[in-house]
Structure formats: C-alpha cells, structure tokens
Design a binder for this molecule. Structure first.
Ligand SMILES: [Zn+2]
Length: 448
C-alpha cells in the first residue's frame, strides 16, 4: 500500500512545528476570545473578600471563610448551569479528613465541582481543570487571620470558573470537570480525595490540568517582569512505573515520553496555536524543586496530569501574612495579579480542554514493526473507539528534541516512513474534520 502523505510542516528548530498551515478551529478561537480579564479580576476580588479561605476556617459563617467561598463558587456554577441546556451540574463533594500533620481535628472537606456532561453517550473520557480554592497564612495552622490568596490560588480558581462560564454554553462529545479543590495547603487533601475516588470508580481521565499560581508576571529577587511565558511541569518516569515498565523505558530511551510529558507537549502546541503572545515552557520535572501540587495525587493513581504555573514566582506574595517590612510589601493581594497574563493562561487551559474534548479518542493498538532491521519505520494502528476521524497525524522527533518536529497527515491506518526508529521517536494522533487532535500514542512493539 502506498501511503497517502500530506506533509503539513517541516521545521528544523527546537520549537513546536510551525502553526501556519494548521487552522484554528473557529469554535475554539471564539471561546478563547471570550476569556475576559475583567471577569477573572471580579472572581479574584470576590474570593479575597471572604477574608480567609483556609481549609481550617469557618464553614458556617456566611461571609467569611472557606464555607462562604465554597458556596459562592457553587452558586457561580449553578448560574452557568442555566445556559448549558441541562448538561452542567455542580456539587460540593465532601469527605472527612482525620487529624494529622496540618489538621488538628477531624475536618469536613469539600471540592466544588461542576461536570459538563459529554454529548456522546459512548464516550466516557473525562478531562479535568483544577485549581485550589483554599489559601494560607505564613502559619498554615492559622485559620482566622486574613489570607487573601489572590494568586495562590485565586488565579487557578478564577481560571476554572471562567472556563466553566464559557465552555458550558458549548457541547463536547467527552465530559469536562471544572473543580476548585480544598485542603491543598494542608497536604493535597482535596485532590487526593478526588484522585482516589476516580481510581476506585475507574474514571476514564484523559488529562488533568492543575492550575496553581498562574497570575503574577514578576519574580521578587530577579526583577524579571514578563507576561508572555508560562510553565508546564510534567513528570518523566511515571510515579506508577513497575520494574518491567522501567526496564522498557531504559531499553527504548523513553525517559522523556511519559503520558504526562506528551500532554505537556500537546498543551504547548495547542496553547500556542490559539493564544497569542504566550510561550509555553516545558519544565522536565514533576513540580518545582522539592515542592508539590494537586496533579501529584493523580499521577500516583496512574492518571495523566500536569501543573501549570506562572514563569516567575514572587515569594514575597506567596504564603505570607500581609505586612510591610523594610519597605517591602508582603502578602498575596489582588493588586499583584496581572489580569491580562491570567487571561492568557486561562485561554491556554480553555483551548486545550476544548481541543481534547472535541477530538476523537486516541488511535488504538498503535504498533511499530520490528521483525526486520530497516532504516525505514512501519507503524500501524486501529481506529479510535470514539469520535469521527478525518485521518491521523504521525509525529516525529529526534531523540534529543524536546518537542515533536514533524507532523505528517495520513488517511490510512498504517504508514512506512523513511526515518529510522533508531534515530527518532514516533507517535500517532487521531484528528477530526475540525482539526482537533487526540493525545498522541507512542507505538508498542510488534514483533510478529
Ligand atoms: Zn497553591
């Protein structure tokens, strides 16, 4: 069979393929345009108005504390429900956490969660955007003093709300969950509860985008001010890799090809396709040096998850009581958030969630032929389980390249390409008529 090839883009730099020949899906472009810096600012101002959102703070007070904040987020989701044709539904999903390291008494904890049900009843995929609603003071056990948490993680929570507002008016074949978790600062309790539940109930989670601290454009010591770059942290060796998995990773040089890292590459490609003046930087680490976040419980449960975080953190404004010392202002206040930057980072999430949830599912049984030694490589696959497929993209990159370098379109379900598997990595994506790609699948070995 002679494969029908359409070479979309060829490029030689280390960056993602040139996007000039791949059109923006007009529906996604329209939603991206609706992301509003003003809306995001108003959400953050309201979140800060609850005084503190410490997970240990009052759950009964109607004006102050985590209870009031949770109810407000739920109310926002319920407002969006009206425009969703009955597809969006919201709850506060609760559990009780026993006393431990950062919790001194049994604690009722709730994740505020809105689910936009997919329109294809056979498509069970779920894509999740997460931020944490809780905030903290310098003393993480202080549950009464002001803890504005405008950026950490009012920014992530605002992004979750804004994506829900815009996306709930549209329909997607796959399901999307918008969640503001709590208990992050006390020890990732809300996300752990949700990830454990997802594992137990066998949720088909395609991707988790954890947004934590995505709204400030400057670092305190470096004085770098820049609102055109954002970081995606992704794990290398999967947290759940078995000894056998690790042997395969070592044998094939797959240290940079975990599912979460493929998701990070995908986020960069799609984000830069739809959001102008935003460069996505891949950080080859699970999280920042010796630190953690809400994507980690999902990784531990075997799901694909990344952390999205601003480029330059300002530690004077993070986990700090509001005060002035030696002329320096401390505290996580709304005035330190760059709402235009937050708009772009929210749009990055929206574009990716939409592209993922509109795309067909990934091709199945992707395999590479290894029976004969050859300088060409032969790949084969089966159609995806869900969605209408226009064709497939073959992604190619050199072993030392951080990003996929070539993207070849084919209508077939097999291909032979003049690139040696010794020198390149390959993967395959499904793509539909509107150009929405699935996540890529690396080939398994076919020896027969
Ligand atoms: Zn945080």
């Amino acid at each position: 069979m002679k494969p029908y090839l359409l070479f979309f883009t060829l490029l030689i730099t280390t960056s993602v393929f040139s996007q000039t020949t791949i059109n923006r899906d007009p529906e996604i472009a329209k939603m991206v345009n609706e992301v509003s810096a003003d809306s995001l600012q108003s959400y953050i101002n309201t979140l800060v108005s609850f005084g503190t959102r410490s997970t240990l703070s009052s759950q009964e007070d109607s004006k102050r504390g985590i209870g009031a904040a949770s109810n407000w987020v739920l109310k926002k989701f319920n407002q969006f429900e009206k425009n969703s044709g009955g597809r969006l539904s919201a709850v506060i999903d609760t559990t009780t956490i026993q006393p431990g390291n950062r919790i001194n008494a049994p604690l009722l904890l709730g994740n505020v969660m809105a689910t936009l049900k997919g329109t294809d009843p056979n498509d069970h995929r779920i894509f999740i955007i997460s931020g944490h609603l809780d905030s903290r003071r310098s003393d993480v056990m202080d549950k009464t003093g002001d803890a504005p948490g405008a950026n950490d993680d009012g920014s992530g929570t605002a992004a979750v709300i804004e994506c829900a507002r815009i996306m709930s008016k549209h329909s997607f074949p796959a399901t999307i969950i918008f969640v503001a978790v709590t208990g992050e600062e006390q020890g990732l309790f809300g996300s752990t509860f949700m990830a454990n539940k997802a594992k137990k109930e066998n949720w088909d989670i395609g991707a988790v985008l954890n947004n934590d601290i995505i709204g400030s454009n400057n670092g305190n010591e470096t004085n770098i001010v820049n609102n055109t770059r954002v970081r995606i942290f992704s794990e290398g060796i999967p947290a759940t890799a078995t000894v056998k998995d690790i042997a395969r990773i070592r044998a094939l040089g797959l240290e940079n090809d975990s599912k979460s890292r493929e998701l990070a590459r995908y986020i960069k490609e799609i984000g830069e396709r739809y959001v102008d003046n935003l460069e996505v930087k891949l950080i080859y680490r699970t999280d920042r040096f010796l630190r953690g976040g809400d994507h980690i419980p999902y990784l531990r449960s075997g799901f694909t998850a990344v952390r999205i975080t601003e480029m330059n953190e300002n530690f004077n404004h993070q986990h700090q009581d509001i005060r002035k010392e030696n002329g320096i202002e401390y505290g996580d206040l709304p005035k330190f958030v760059d709402y235009e930057y937050l708009r772009k980072n929210t749009a990055l999430n929206l574009a990716n969630l939409s592209n993922l949830a509109k795309a067909p599912s990934a091709p199945q049984r992707v395999e590479i032929e290894v029976k004969n030694l050859s300088n060409s490589s032969s790949l084969s696959w089966l159609a995806p389980q869900n969605g209408n497929v226009k064709g497939y993209y073959i992604l190619i990159r050199e072993t030392s390249s951080p990003m996929w370098q070539k993207k070849i379109f084919t209508l077939e379900k097999s291909i032979t390409i003049p690139y040696s598997k010794d020198n390149y990595f390959f993967s395959v994506e499904s793509v539909n008529e509107s150009g929405n790609e699935s996540l890529p699948v690396l080939p398994a070995i076919h020896a027969k």
